[in-house]
Write a protein that binds this ligand. Structure first.
Ligand code: T46
Length: 135
């Protein structure tokens, strides 16, 4: 069984002017992108603490750094995001926490569906029960 979350390199073009990073739906990410949002967290804040029932996402730290903790109910993996040309794919039924936001952190998220609070599981015990049932 693979670890929760997949770090992927993003296509990037760099020249004397700087760097351009691109992401194409169904080419660079395995889903159609229906929503884009970004998080400008307070330094040191902790966010997340939920799972999604169906949502797929790609997280990119376009500025600064943060730590993403992913938990599939049996394994808990830490991912340090600190470069704009790398993305973290997070599938459904993965508990996620975001920690250690740097002062300059901007976390960009590309999502497979519009915002729907019904897709969230915000209680860890409920999440653990659901993934346990599916195992
Ligand atoms: C996730 C992690 C990585 C909206 O109105 N529209 C949106 O598209 C989103 C994502 C949120 N909201 C509202 C809902 C809440 O009132 O924004 C508020 C903050 O959302 P939340 O507390 O869920 O934020 P985070 O940073 O804990 O989690 C977010 C995403 O919600 C979540 O899907 O995977 O970032």
């Amino acid at each position: 069984m693979s670890a929760p979350g997949q770090l992927i390199p993003l296509r990037s073009s760099e020249d004397a002017r700087g760097k351009l990073v691109s992401v194409e739906a169904l080419r660079d990410v395995p889903f159609a992108i229906e929503r884009v949002y970004y998080i400008v967290a307070h330094e040191g804040a902790a966010r997340g603490f939920h799972a999604h029932k169906t949502l797929e996402q790609l997280m990119i730290c376009v500025s600064g750094s943060c730590r993403i903790i992913l938990d599939d109910g049996s394994r808990r993996v830490h991912h340090a995001l600190d470069r704009p040309d790398q993305g973290l794919i997070v599938g459904p039924m993965i508990w996620r926490e975001m920690h250690e936001f740097s002062k300059d952190c901007v976390l960009l998220v590309l999502a497979s569906a519009p915002y729907d609070e019904e897709d969230y599981i915000r209680d860890y015990e409920t999440f653990a029960t659901e993934v346990g049932k599916a195992a």
